[in-house]
Design a protein around this ligand. Structure first.
Ligand code: HEM
Length: 271
């Protein structure tokens, strides 16, 4: 809102060289802070307005459809596996219902929802929204019998790493339990889990994305029964073509409110 006001009240940010108006912001967000730094002659690192634009563009491109795709794949998998859906709901129920106190799942519950986390990891493993991670070789090397000269651009095939049969038992099977057995629990990069890339260029948004996906899936599973609306038996899992890997056909569901939580009704009626 503040940004809207700022841009509406000023024709100020006209070009990359334009400093724009000065503003007093008592509760700065990331944009405010970066704009402030860009105007600070004493700043250790010079941040230009071009840098700021590129940064926000990066975040939007890298962080939006990737996260949305991962949510859709996760929901699609659990709709096709009703027993898994039921187990996720039961885990949430066990945590949020106690001593006569029913409540909606919260973000802070996620560390305690181990099965839900395993489900999201398994969906990311089988359907990594970013299928390749680009690199440029800093020195000549030999990989898998191929000589790669210095300076050549290569891409890590995330999709085939996360389905590598040498690493994953029954790699094409949706089996969240594999993440509960402790074998692949040590961090996202362990044992071929490459959905967020790896090394120093690994996705910086992985924790944020993982939390957002878990929270959204948990809320949907807790509150709704979902009837797949394509007239077919289950969700078709073909992937489409695009910047990120998404379902070829949109996931269409009819959400039926799962009203088992009396307290929610009381809260809603008191609003
Ligand atoms: C499910 C969601 C996401 C997936 C699957 C994903 C996946 C990836 C992958 C595979 C890479 C390349 C890593 C590498 O080269 O080793 C990457 C890079 C990146 N991601 Fe994500 N990402 C997700 C969400 C996000 C979010 C929410 C943000 C920011 C808010 C974000 C920001 C970035 C940025 C800035 C890079 C470039 C990092 C660099 O080149 O140093 N991503 N992501």
């Amino acid at each position: 809102m503040e940004h809207e006001e700022r841009s509406a009240s000023s024709a100020a940010y006209r070009s990359d060289d334009d400093d724009g108006p000065s503003f007093d912001c008592t509760n700065p967000d990331l944009m405010d802070i970066l704009l402030r730094v860009s105007k600070d002659p004493e700043a250790d690192i010079k941040v230009t307005r071009k840098n700021i634009k590129a940064f926000f563009l990066d975040i939007f491109i890298a962080g939006t459809s990737t996260t949305a795709d991962a949510m859709v794949w996760t929901m699609a998998e659990i709709l096709n596996h009703p027993a898994i859906f039921k187990r996720v709901r039961q885990e949430i129920h066990d945590l949020t219902n106690g001593s006569g106190n029913n409540r909606l799942v919260e973000e802070t519950d996620i560390p305690n929802l181990h099965y839900l986390q395993a489900v999201v990891k398994e969906a990311l493993r089988l359907h990594p929204p970013v299928m390749a991670a680009p690199r440029v070789c800093r020195e000549a090397c030999r990989v898998g019998g191929f000589d790669i000269p210095k300076g050549v651009a290569v891409a890590l095939n995330v999709y085939s790493i996360t389905r590598d049969p040498d690493v994953w038992e029954n790699p094409d099977e949706f089996s969240p339990e594999r993440f509960l057995q402790g074998k692949v629990e040590k961090g996202f990069q362990a044992n071929g889990f490459a959905a967020f890339g790896g090394g120093r260029r690994m996705c910086p948004g992985s924790n944020l994305a993982f939390t957002v996906i878990c929270y959204a899936v948990a809320a949907m599973v807790q509150c709704f029964d979902l009837k797949v609306g394509n007239g077919e038996d289950g969700v078709r899992m073909e992937a489409g073509l695009g910047m990120t890997m998404s379902l070829a056909k949109p996931l269409v569901c009819l959400p039926l409110l799962q009203v088992c939580l009396d307290q929610f009704q009381m809260e809603a009626s008191s609003l």
